[in-house]
Design a protein around this ligand. Structure first.
Ligand code: ADP
Ligand code: GLC
Length: 487
């Protein structure tokens, strides 16, 4: 089977979150299962400046975008793993961020990603490689089924490919004003209620839900949740009509990248059988963040709570704002790494000023620090309002860092509340999205931490759990096979 994986982010080239981790690991796992898979993403400034060699293929594609015709350059990486092509157009992608500045989205996001998706279809035609499955991800690639059918000019194309579309987050649907539609060059019939139109606007995600052969999302629980208004973000009805082709496949972990035994970014290696290195990592992080870190200082023995997150409503920041004073009444230290909404960045900075010796924050994106927090923390906080899958709770498990999570989406599917008597479970989970419920789970966690032998036993248990990509990649493979058989 020939599979083309199209995504707007792949680690380590460019990343804003978990989509990039999936873009790196899932195609690699599929390649290992014997699929003929290659990938395409935009060539952002981060790729241009990045440490990873990419070279010009010399391929040029003329891409109509509304009344303009723009040239796409095609670049390629020769790194191990699936071949990766990059669509280069500096006017669109040589920018400081991928999608938005702190204050607002880039004004031309529709035009940028129309260009990208058309260039992908142009590349398929140029390479003349038969593609069986195009696996598209999130709104930035949601019009792929349209451009495969109608072609770059919108006048029609011989379409041999099938499309699997993965929803990583319903909260980002790619909604634009109707006036932007002409950039697509699609026939006006596509701007209808059965296709892309949604309450007078253009909704890219809706188009993919309607047109893809199969739709997946990144956990089973989220696949059920998005059929309800609380999680469907307005598209629950459209999804309900498409439910026969909707499945949930949970994400996995790339243990080549997230493994405390061989992580070059952390202060000392450790494993379930040799946990001493974790204490070294904790001291090193406390020092790096300017917190009390002398081994004789009781503060460094206190539970360290870590959080690595986009600082946005989705991640439960409003609940944290309500709960932080109460949490800090306990003898804990907190380290937060994240960036996002201005108000939450400000709140985090204020917390660090309020508790200078036991609360530290780093505002920004920093992969090295993300690894160091996973390695150093005792507990990892993910109080998300909703969470399609969530990867950090899975990374935490491997680093012996016990997650505290809200029971939604992938967090609910992957975390089971710890029962200290039965010695089962891998984290602390709260169901109601309330301060009381969060504090309750948090106190359960602190209680277990006080019983150090039980805590060590828990760490060892969770570190041995296997969330590798293998079985999820198999599930995608079977889905591809079903799509092909159905035709
Ligand atoms: P989401 O994709 O919704 O942001 P996930 O839990 O799926 O959430 O994935 C988040 C990924 O992004 C993880 O690899 C996490 O370490 C990384 N990440 C998030 N914020 C930052 C940050 N500020 N610095 C470094 N890595 C980050
Ligand atoms: C999205 C979701 C997150 C998921 C990630 C990768 O960003 O918010 O829950 O883990 O995509 O699928």
């Amino acid at each position: 089977m020939n599979v083309l994986f199209v995504t707007s982010e792949i680690s380590p080239y460019a990343s804003t979150g978990g989509l990039a981790d999936v873009g790196a690991a899932l195609p690699t796992a599929l390649l290992e299962l014997g699929e003929d898979i290659w990938r395409v993403m935009p060539m952002y400034r981060k790729v241009l400046e990045g440490a990873y060699p990419v070279s010009d293929t010399g391929i040029r594609i003329q891409v109509p975008v509304g009344l303009r015709t723009l040239e796409a350059e095609v670049w390629k990486s020769d790194a191990d793993g699936p071949a990766t092509y990059f669509i280069r157009k500096d006017e669109f992608f040589d920018r400081s961020q991928l999608y938005s500045l702190p204050e607002r989205d880039y004004d031309d996001n529709f035009e940028r990603f129309v260009f990208f998706q058309k260039a992908v279809v142009g590349l398929i035609d140029h390479l003349d490689t038969p593609v069986d499955i195009v696996h598209a991800n999130d709104w930035q690639t949601a019009l792929i089924p349209y451009f495969l059918t109608f072609g770059m000019q919108g006048i029609g194309r011989e379409n041999r490919e099938h499309v699997v579309f993965t929803i990583h987050n319903m909260a980002y649907q790619g909604v634009f004003e109707d006036s932007e539609f002409p950039y697509s060059n699609l026939p006006y019939s596509c701007f209808s209620v059965e296709e892309l139109e949604f309450y007078g606007k253009l909704n890219c995600m809706k188009g993919a839900i309607n047109r893809a052969d199969q739709i997946t999302t990144v956990s089973e629980r989220y696949a059920e949740e998005i059929l309800r208004p609380e999680f469907g973000c307005g598209l629950e009805g459209v999804l309900a009509d498409a439910r026969d082709k909707l499945t949930g496949i949970v994400n996995g972990v790339d243990y080549e990248v997230w493994d405390p035994q061989q992580d070059p970014l952390i202060a000392a290696p450790f494993s379930a059988s040799r946990l001493e290195g974790k204490q070294v990592c904790k001291q090193a992080l406390l020092e790096r963040m300017g917190l009390s870190h002398s081994p004789s200082d009781p503060i460094s023995k206190r539970p360290l709570i870590g959080m690595v997150s986009r600082l946005v409503d989705q991640k439960g920041m409003d609940l944290l704002v309500e709960s932080m004073d109460r949490m800090m009444e306990e003898p804990i230290t907190v380290v937060i790494l994240g960036s996002g909404q201005e108000e939450y960045q400000r709140v985090c900075r204020n917390w660090a000023e309020q508790w200078p010796d036991r609360f530290a924050v780093y505002i920004g994106y920093n992969n090295e620090l993300a690894h160091q927090i996973e390695a150093a923390a005792d507990l990892f906080l993910m109080p998300s309002q909703f969470e399609p899958c969530g990867l950090n709770q899975l990374y935490s498990l491997r680093y012996g860092t016990v997650p505290i999570v809200h029971a939604v989406g992938g967090l609910d599917d992957t975390i089971e509340h710890i029962d200290p008597v039965l010695k089962t479970g891998n984290g602390f989970k709260f169901h109601e999205y309330t301060q009381t419920a969060l504090i309750h789970a948090f106190q359960d966690a602190l209680r277990l931490h006080q019983d150090q032998p039980a805590w060590r036993e828990t760490q060892k248990r969770i570190m041995q759990q296997d969330y590798s990509w293998h079985s999820s990649a198999r599930a995608y493979q079977q889905l591809y096979q079903r799509v092909l058989k159905a035709t």
